[in-house]
Structures are given as structure tokens and as C-alpha cells.
Design a protein around this ligand. Structure first.
Ligand SMILES: [Mn+2]
Length: 411
């Protein structure tokens, strides 16, 4: 068998809106909006530089029907670059760009081949001894196990199955073209190029069953490095490498604080988190969600001065790098039990008891109560052995402690 290499990409979602990104800065906002297209252009450039033998996309090139031809023109332009570099492209329609979903068209260059949607089809690349099998989505949903209808392997060829599927179900992705690892293995292919799931996943290694993930994260639910896979095949053995092409990145970091942390400590922890995110992002513009967890006496302040805290956390991110943008600050902090005791209800209760203890009326009432109780006590206890005022003070103190303890118990 000859050796060759190819790009396995999926889920470009061209034309997809970015979700939950309320960045006020127009310039940074534009970067995120353009990121999906730029990521794809970068992938095409890398494919040309690397001189890959072919390029395949396992569904969801488009996020949905086009508003106008702009997206189609963009895709055609990129396909043209691959065409002039002599790189054939194999496209499979997914749920987002199913035949019935995309109503507009732009003619594509002749290097682009599309898998049929009515039944599985195969494309041979004879000089490489490669054959690709695939069936695209005709409709927005595909509930049948498409893989089971794929043809048997072509002997002495490297067989690649291309399929848009969630396999046995991968939340939050819709359960389309359900199939198991065993179903895919039953076809006897050498590589399964899947699409639909936006996380990179190596489902199996013998043969490789791979979700490359999407090229560009579009919300914090699609955080971390995004890209395609470059597969190098030598003597029928496939080596995989991820090709990270995302233009901008979403990241989520949990920061756990404790009761001893003051505002400067918390902001220092934010800087540490931002630094680790920036190291991971490798110079990419980053939208960061910070989730503050744990316990803090500052919880009331977080709530009362929320915007000030958001701004301070953004400022801490910018102290690490000007391209780290706070996507959201989630406050999941609880108050420490001691804060409840010293600052709220129980403190008031303690003060109340202390103040009432000094009141003459209360003391008088207590003395009358004592006088009525003492005769009822067993002989030898009480009867004038202790000066009454000492015993009243001691009782008042004991009552105060008891109340505080009960307050703590219910906190
Ligand atoms: Mn999909």
C-alpha cells in the first residue's frame, strides 16, 4: 500500500451565531464573529502547506440555510484554493446542512465531491488505493442506523467510512444515525471519519473511530482547543495528529476560595487562572468564564457590588493579557457559618441578650422568678447561700450562651 495523508474535519457550522458573548468591545466581538471562517481558512492553508492527498468533511459545513449567498461564496473560495493545489474534497451532509435544509446553492469547483443522501455511495482514489464510503443526511434528522447499510470493504484498499452520527448518544448532541462501535467495526473498514459531536474524541483505535470536533468553539459549552485531524497512513496503519486551528477560544475556570481570602487574594487567584488559560490559548483571543466557588465572608459584597466585582475580575484578566476577556463571572459562593454567627442574626440576638441583661426591669422580673423557684428546689440548694445578684448575672450569662449555641445550631 502507498502512504498518504488526509484531513478529517467536521462541523464547520459556517454562519453560526456566537452564543452568550456579550463583549462590549466592538473589535473583540468582531474577532469572535469571524472566527469560524478564519479557522476554516487556516485549516485550508495548513492542508495546502502539508500537501495532503485529500480533504474530507463529515457534515455540518453550514449551520443552517443561508440568509444570502455570502457563506456559499466564502466556502467556494476556500474550495477553489484546494482545487488549485490539486487536493480533492469529499463532503457529507449532516443535520445542519441536510439536503432539505440548504435551499440556496453556489456552484463549487470540480475537486469537490458530495456523498449521496438517498443511499450510501463510494468514491475511489485509485492511485492511493483509497475508497471512501458515506451517506449524507437528506433531512434534518436521521433516526435509522445508516452505518448498517454501508457497503462491505473494497479489498486491498484503505476503506474509510464517513458518517454524521452521535453513535450511542452523546449529550447535548441530538441522537442521529445511531450506531455502536460494533456496528462500525462490522463494516471491516480501516478508519471511521465521524462528525456531529463537537468535542474531539477517539472512540476506538482499532480501527480508529474519530470525532475531530468542531473547528471553532462558539460558546463556553465549546471550550478548549478546536480543530481537525490529520491522518497519515503508512502500510495501512493510520497515525493521527490534531491540527488546532481555532482563531479565538472559550475557557472556563473554577476558582475555589475560602473564608480567609480577602479581595486581593481572590483577584490574585483570578490572575493565576487567567495565566494558565492564556498559556493554553497560545496567543488566541480568549473569552473566559470564571466560576467563583467555596466560602467567603465577602459573599454579601459580591451580591451588593456585583458590577464592581465583574470589572475587577476583568481588570485582573487584563493584567495578565489584553486579549483575555471576561465572558461571565459566576458567583457560586456560600457564606461561612462563622459569618452568619458574627454578622447577622445571632450577633443581634447576642447583643439583645446582653442589653436586656442590664435592664433593671428584667433583673427585677428575674429576682421575682428566682424567689418563686428557690422554695421549690430541693432543700439545701439556693436558700441564700449565694448573693442573689451574682447568681442573676451568672444565669443571664448562661442564658446568653445557650441562645447563641442554639442560633449556631440552626445556622
Ligand atoms: Mn451535526
Amino acid at each position: 500500500m502507498t502512504s498518504f495523508k488526509f484531513i478529517h474535519a467536521a462541523d464547520l457550522h459556517l454562519g453560526s451565531p456566537f452564543q452568550g458573548l456579550a463583549l462590549k468591545d466592538q473589535e473583540i466581538s468582531a474577532v469572535f464573529v469571524e472566527a469560524s471562517r478564519r479557522a476554516f481558512s487556516t485549516l485550508v492553508s495548513r492542508a495546502i502547506e502539508l500537501g495532503v492527498d485529500f480533504f474530507l468533511i463529515a457534515g455540518d459545513v453550514y449551520d443552517g440555510d443561508w440568509k444570502d449567498n455570502k457563506i456559499g461564496l466564502f466556502f467556494n473560495r476556500e474550495m477553489g484554493r484546494l482545487d488549485r493545489a490539486g487536493i480533492p474534497v469529499y463532503l457529507l451532509r449532516g443535520n445542519h446542512d441536510a439536503l432539505s435544509v440548504i435551499t440556496k446553492t453556489i456552484s463549487l469547483p470540480s475537486n469537490v465531491h458530495e456523498f449521496p443522501t438517498a443511499k450510501p455511495g463510494s468514491f475511489r482514489i485509485d492511485h492511493l488505493n483509497v475508497v471512501l464510503h458515506g451517506q449524507g443526511f437528506a433531512e434534518r434528522s436521521a433516526n435509522e442506523n445508516l452505518a448498517l447499510n454501508y457497503p462491505g470493504p473494497v479489498r486491498r484498499y484503505f476503506n474509510i467510512g464517513v458518517l454524521h452520527t452521535s453513535m450511542t448518544g452523546r449529550e447535548p448532541h441530538a441522537p442521529y444515525a445511531p450506531c455502536s462501535v460494533a456496528d462500525l467495526r462490522s463494516r471491516g473498514y480501516d478508519y471511521w471519519a465521524l462528525g456531529h459531536v463537537h468535542e474531539y474524541e477517539e472512540v476506538a483505535s482499532d480501527p480508529p473511530i474519530i470525532f475531530p470536533g468542531n473547528l471553532q468553539g462558539r460558546s463556553v459549552r465549546e471550550s478548549g482547543a478546536k480543530g481537525a485531524v490529520i491522518v497519515t497512513v503508512e502500510d495501512g496503519h493510520a497515525e493521527l495528529e490534531r491540527l488546532i486551528v481555532d482563531e479565538a477560544r472559550f475557557a472556563v475556570r473554577d476558582i475555589t476560595i475560602d473564608a480567609d481570602h480577602g479581595a486581593p487574594d481572590i483577584l490574585h487567584l483570578v490572575e493565576q487562572a487567567a495565566r494558565s488559560v492564556w498559556d493554553d490559548a497560545q496567543e488566541r483571543k480568549t473569552a473566559l468564564r470564571i466560576r467563583l466557588k467555596g466560602v467567603s465572608r465577602l459573599n454579601g459584597q459580591f451580591i451588593a457590588q456585583r458590577q464592581q466585582w465583574i470589572d475587577e475580575v476583568q481588570a485582573a484578566c487584563h493584567r495578565v493579557h489584553e486579549d483575555i476577556w471576561l465572558e461571565k463571572l459566576e458567583l457560586l459562593v456560600t457564606e461561612p457559618p462563622s459569618a452568619v454567627e458574627t454578622e447577622s442574626a445571632v450577633l443581634d440576638l447576642g447583643r439583645l441578650v446582653a442589653e436586656h441583661g442590664k435592664e433593671d426591669d428584667l433583673r427585677a422580673e428575674a429576682e421575682i422568678l428566682m424567689a418563686s423557684i428557690v422554695p421549690k428546689l430541693p432543700a439545701g440548694i439556693g436558700a441564700g447561700e449565694l448573693p442573689l445578684d451574682v447568681s442573676i448575672n451568672a444565669l443571664m450569662e448562661e442564658a446568653r450562651k445557650l441562645l447563641l449555641a442554639r442560633g449556631e445550631g440552626t445556622a
